[in-house]
Structures are given as C-alpha cells and as structure tokens.
Design a protein around this ligand. Structure first.
Ligand code: HEC
Length: 187
C-alpha cells in the first residue's frame, strides 16, 4: 500500500516535470539558455575537479621523485670508503681542534694543561696528511706544507705556550700553515 502511494507520487512527479519542460520549451530560448548555463557551471566544476586531480598526481609524483633522490644519495654515500671520507674527516678534526683551542683562548684558560692535549692531537693528525691525500703525495707544494705544519706543531709542543699571549701567537702560526696549504692547493 505504502509502496503504491510512493509509486503514484513518483509518477505524478514525472508528469509535472514533463509539464514544466514542455512549458519551458513553449516559452522559447530563455529557459534553455538557463539550462545551458547550468551545463556550463557543471563543466566548470568538472574542469576544477580534474585540475585538482592533476595537482594531486603532480604532488604524488614530486614526493615519489624526492624519495627516490634521497634513496639514491644514501646509496651512493653508503658506498664511500674510508679513503673517500678521510680528506674531509681529517680536515674537520683539524678544525675541531683549532676551534677548541680558540675557545680556551677566548675563555682566558691558557695554561698548558688546557692546550697541550689539543696540540698533541693536531700533531698526530698531521702524520696522516699524506695518507689522507694519496693523490697529492707527489705534489711538492703539498708535501712541503705538510712538513711545515708538522714543524710548527713540533715547535709548539717543545715549548708549550704558558700564557694567552703566547697561545695566541702559536694559534696564529698554526693557522698560517693551514692557509698556506689551502691557498697552494686551490691555486
Ligand atoms: C698540507 C696541506 C694542508 C694543510 C696543512 C691543511 N689543510 Fe685543510 N685542506 C687541504 C686540502 C687539500 C683540502 C681540500 C679537501 C677536499 O675537499 O678534498 C682541505 C680542506 C679543508 C677544510 C674543508 C673540509 C671540507 O669540509 O671539505 C677544512 C675545514 C680544513 N681544510 C681545515 C684545515 C685546518 C684547520 C688546518 C690547519 C690546522 C688545515 N686544514 C691544514 C689541505 C691542507
């Protein structure tokens, strides 16, 4: 019974829709223009939706590409041997020692107890300049600068700086050996 009533209502609805559309046909172009406008709006909606779709695909592609690049870089990095890393590693250790010595100077803690261990470390690191740069082993400038760095550190260890003024001079002399080699290797 309820279903019949529903079907009746649906039939009536269909009738009245037909009536409306026949009336609007009779009235001429304006309503069909309205229909066309409605279609245009729905076209715009479709275009907007597909643009959003392209954007999503683009962003997904971009993220996938980024992940791939990171994976590739990590793979390449994992393949490096200690020989590949040693030049940079050695120089970073030098820099770390120099930074700590500068910090003790800035803090006015210039007693040999604070500084000599760093000088020892730098002297030991200097033994490895040639192994770290095997390509430069036969480069006369490089070898001379390496020997120079060792000589300056040997002198600093032979008479360790007792106060801040002398520590400053020592750090300056060591820094000169760093710069001399860098300039020669770059030029
Ligand atoms: C005998 C030569 C030589 C001496 C002495 C030397 N260096 Fe270097 N240093 C190099 C070379 C060659 C490079 C370039 C390394 C490379 O990029 O492969 C370099 C690069 C560096 C870098 C950049 C490393 C990086 O991250 O790529 C730092 C920092 C550095 N040196 C610090 C120092 C300090 C501090 C001293 C002195 C205590 C010093 N070096 C003494 C030859 C030298």
């Amino acid at each position: 019974m309820g279903a019949d009533a529903g079907a009746d209502a649906a039939a009536r609805g269909a009738d009245s829709t037909a009536a409306v559309s026949s009336r609007s046909d009779a009235a001429g172009g304006a309503p069909s223009a309205a229909v066309a406008a409605g279609k245009g709006a729905s076209d715009a909606r479709t275009a907007g939706a597909s643009a959003a779709g392209y954007l999503v695909v683009f962003v997904i592609g971009l993220l996938a590409g980024l992940v791939l690049v990171v994976v590739m870089l990590r793979t390449l990095d994992a393949r490096k041997t200690w020989q590949d890393r040693y030049p940079t590693a050695l120089m970073q250790l030098y820099q770390a020692q120099m930074a700590q010595l500068s910090a003790t100077l800035d803090a006015n803690r210039c007693a040999p107890a604070e500084t000599v261990s760093h000088l020892h470390t730098m002297r030991a690191l200097s033994n490895d300049l040639e192994p770290a740069f095997p390509d430069l082993r036969d480069h006369r400038g490089f070898v001379a600068h390496a020997a120079d760095a060792r000589r300056v550190l040997d002198a600093a260890l032979a008479t360790p700086p007792q106060d801040c003024a002398r520590l400053r001079t020592t750090l300056h002399a060591i820094g000169e050996t760093c710069n001399a080699c860098h300039q020669d290797m770059r030029g």
